[in-house]
Design a binder for this molecule. Structure first.
Ligand SMILES: NC(=O)C1=CN([C@@H]2O[C@H](COP(=O)(O)OP(=O)(O)OC[C@H]3O[C@@H](n4cnc5c(N)ncnc54)[C@H](OP(=O)(O)O)[C@@H]3O)[C@@H](O)[C@H]2O)C=CC1
Length: 420
C-alpha cells in the first residue's frame, strides 16, 4: 500500500514538475518569438530607413551635382549581354565623380555621326543600381529601323552596339526621369519587362537587392528565347539569394535549344491571364517597360482587373511607345481640324488627329524640327508657342517652360502658331 502511495506521489510530483517545465518553456518560447519578431521588425525598419536615406541622398546629389547641357563621359567597359544587346559602363572623362541617380532614371545622349548633318539625341535607361563610385551603365539593344521611318530609330542603337568601343567618349546629359519608386515602401511590387524594357526595371531590382530588401518582388520578364535573354545569369543569382524575389520568365519563341524549367518558366507572352494565375491579389505596385503593344494590353488588363491607375507605372521609349502609353488620353480626343501654323517655315497645316503629334505633323509636311527621344524625355523638340495652347498625349518627363511645348508629345488644343 505504502509502495503504491509512494509511486503515486512520484507521479504527481513528476507531473507537476513537467507542467511547470512546460509552462516555463512556453513563457520562454513566447518571449523568444516576440524578441525574434521584434528583432526582425527592427531590422526591416532599419533597412527601410537606410533605403530612404540613400534615396534622399541621391536626390540631393542629383540636385547639387547634376549638370546642364552635355558632359563628356568615357566608355570604360563594353559587355555583350545577349544577341544584339551590349552594356556600356561610363565614367566622367575628367575623372570627377558622377552624381547618384534614382533607379529607373535614364541618360540622354547626343551623337554626331559622320554621315549625319545634324546631331542625333537618344535616351537610354540606366540599367544598374546607383553605385557610390559614380559609374553609370546603360544596356542597349540594336533595333532595326522600320521601313520608311521618319525618325531614324536603330541608327544610334546600331552605332552603340557595333561601333562604339571602350575608351570612346560620349556626350551625355545628367540622369533624369520620373519612372522611379519609393525604395522605403514595403508595398509588394511587380516588375513587368518586355525584351530590352528590362533595363530600368533591372536598375530598380538591383537597387532593392543591394538594400537587402525583404519586400515582395515579382518579376515577369518576357523575351523571345535564350539568345535574347539578357541578364539571365544575373537574375538567376538574385533569385537564389533573395527568397522574397519571385521570377517568371516567358519565352514567346523558344528554340529547340531552350529548356523549359531551366531557361524559362512559361512558353508564350506575358498577359493578364498569367498575372492573375500567379499573383494572389491586385495589391501591388506595377512597373511596366517593353514593347508598346505589351504595355498597352497588360496595363489595360490590369485596370480591368481592378488595379487603380495610380498603381500602374509605365516607361515609354521612342516613337513607337510614346504615343501609345496606356495611361494617356488618346490623341484623337484633342479636337481634329485645327490649324497649326509653323511661322518661320511659312507653312499652315491642318491637324486632323491622324499625325499623332505636332512633331509628326511637321515631319510629314517637310517642316524641319529638332527631335531626340520622341517620348517627352529629352527636351530636344521644345518649340516656342506664339499663339494658342496644346495638350499632351501623355505627361512628358520634361516640363517645358510656359509659352513653349514639347512637339513630340503635344497636340493642338485650338488654333496654334509655333515659332518653327
Ligand atoms: N533600344 C533599347 O535599348 C531600348 C528599347 N526600348 C523599347 O523596348 C521595346 C522592346 O524592344 P525589344 O527588346 O526589341 O522587344 P521584342 O520585340 O524582342 O519583344 C520582347 C517580348 O515582348 C513580347 N511582346 C510583344 N508584344 C507583346 C504584347 N502585346 N503582349 C505581351 N508581350 C508582347 C514579344 O513577343 P513576340 O515574340 O511574340 O513578339 C517578346 O517576347 C522596344 O519597343 C523599344 O522601343 C526600351 C528601352 C531601351
Amino acid at each position: 500500500m505504502i509502495g503504491i502511495l509512494e509511486t503515486l506521489g512520484y507521479v504527481i510530483v513528476a507531473g507537476t514538475v513537467a507542467q511547470m517545465a512546460l509552462g516555463l518553456y512556453g513563457t520562454w518560447r513566447r518571449g523568444y518569438l516576440e524578441r525574434r519578431s521584434f528583432a526582425a521588425e527592427a531590422r526591416l525598419f532599419e533597412r527601410r530607413v537606410e533605403l530612404s536615406l540613400r534615396h534622399a541622398e541621391a536626390e540631393r546629389d542629383l540636385a547639387v551635382n547634376s549638370w546642364s547641357g552635355f558632359r563628356k563621359l568615357k566608355v570604360v567597359r563594353k559587355v555583350r549581354e545577349a544577341e544584339d544587346v551590349h552594356s556600356l559602363e561610363l565614367v566622367a572623362h575628367n575623372g570627377r565623380p558622377l552624381p547618384r541617380y534614382l533607379p529607373g532614371q535614364f541618360l540622354t545622349f547626343q551623337f554626331r555621326l559622320p554621315d549625319r548633318s545634324k546631331p542625333l539625341v537618344r535616351c537610354y535607361s540606366l540599367s544598374d543600381a546607383p553605385s557610390d563610385g559614380g559609374r553609370y551603365r546603360i544596356s542597349v539593344k540594336k533595333v532595326p529601323a522600320p521601313e520608311g521611318a521618319a525618325c531614324d530609330p536603330g541608327i544610334v542603337s546600331g552605332y552603340l552596339n557595333d561601333v562604339v568601343r571602350e575608351g570612346d567618349i560620349l556626350d551625355v546629359r545628367g540622369p533624369t526621369g520620373a519612372f522611379t519608386g519609393d525604395p522605403a515602401s514595403d508595398q509588394p511590387i511587380v516588375l513587368i519587362a518586355g525584351g530590352i524594357g528590362i533595363t530600368p526595371l533591372l536598375s530598380m531590382l538591383n537597387a532593392m537587392c543591394d538594400g537587402q530588401t525583404e519586400r515582395e518582388i515579382r518579376l515577369f520578364y518576357g523575351v523571345r528565347n535564350r539568345d535574347q535573354h539578357a541578364f539571365a545569369e544575373h537574375i538567376a543569382g538574385l533569385r537564389r539569394l533573395y527568397p522574397t524575389l519571385h521570377v517568371v520568365t516567358c519565352y514567346s519563341r523558344p528554340t529547340e535549344a531552350c529548356v523549359l524549367g531551366r531557361d524559362y518558366d512559361r512558353p508564350g507572352r506575358i498577359d493578364l491571364a498569367l498575372l492573375r494565375d500567379t499573383l494572389p491579389s491586385t495589391n501591388y505596385l506595377f512597373y511596366l517597360c517593353g514593347p508598346a503593344p505589351m504595355m498597352e494590353s497588360v496595363a489595360g488588363g490590369l485596370r480591368d482587373w481592378g488595379v487603380p491607375s495610380e498603381d500602374i507605372r509605365v516607361e515609354a521609349f521612342g516613337a513607337a511607345t510614346a504615343h501609345r502609353q496606356p495611361t494617356e488620353r488618346p490623341a484623337a480626343e484633342a479636337k481634329p481640324g485645327v490649324e497649326v501654323r509653323f511661322d518661320r517655315s511659312g507653312k499652315t497645316l491642318n491637324w486632323d488627329g491622324s499625325a499623332g503629334s505636332i512633331l509628326a505633323l511637321a515631319e510629314s509636311n517637310g517642316v524641319a524640327l529638332e527631335s531626340g527621344c520622341r517620348a517627352g524625355h529629352c527636351g530636344t523638340c521644345i518649340v516656342a508657342i506664339k499663339a494658342g495652347a496644346v495638350d499632351y498625349v501623355a505627361e512628358p518627363a520634361v516640363v517645358p517652360e510656359p509659352g513653349t511645348c514639347l512637339a513630340c508629345m503635344a497636340v493642338p488644343r485650338d488654333r496654334l502658331i509655333l515659332d518653327a
